[in-house]
Design a protein. Structure first.
Length: 159
């Protein structure tokens, strides 16, 4: 694994430590790039994967983070009603520029810029969930309550 990838996972661990919870980044041997791969590697359900998706506000051009349950697709109309503007797909360069992380390992925290964050209400039903930690092989386990606390995200229906 390249040192850049390791650096990304270390950065996430450093940010997690600052919150004061016992949250530990785990580097896995298999890929966690997709929700399905992550669930298979971790041994949890796909729904317990908190996937961090970066969109761009169509008029504001600002990044918007949606943390979705692994099985859910984002309903862009629902999000538009919540944030007051249409969503655009964000390309890899936009994501890297605003988060400091590459697609496939975007964590819910530790971004370069402050990002509007919306959390899928379906994640709230689980005792534990798993989120990416900066690389395609790094994850960390947390509770939905801690996710809301550390991201300051709004919990909404995203589907």
């Amino acid at each position: 694994m390249s040192s850049n990838l390791k650096k990304s996972a270390q950065k996430v661990q450093t940010v997690l430590n600052e919150f004061g919870f016992e949250l530990n980044v785990v580097e896995l041997s298999d890929s966690t790039r997709t929700a399905q791969e992550a669930a298979n590697t971790i041994g949890c359900t796909v729904s317990q994967i908190a996937k961090s998706l970066i969109f761009k506000g169509k008029s504001s051009q600002k990044p918007i983070l949606i943390i979705a349950s692994g099985t859910n697709r984002v309903n862009e109309k629902v999000i538009k009603e919540h944030i007051g503007e249409k969503l655009q797909k964000a390309d890899a360069d936009f994501v890297l520029e605003h988060t400091g992380f590459a697609i496939g390992g975007i964590p819910p925290i530790g971004h370069k810029d402050s990002i509007i964050t919306l959390i899928d209400e379906d994640l709230m039903q689980y005792d534990e969930i798993w989120a990416a930690a900066g690389t395609p092989n790094a994850v960390f386990k947390l509770t939905p309550k801690i996710l809301v606390e550390i991201t300051k995200g709004d919990v909404i229906s995203i589907k």
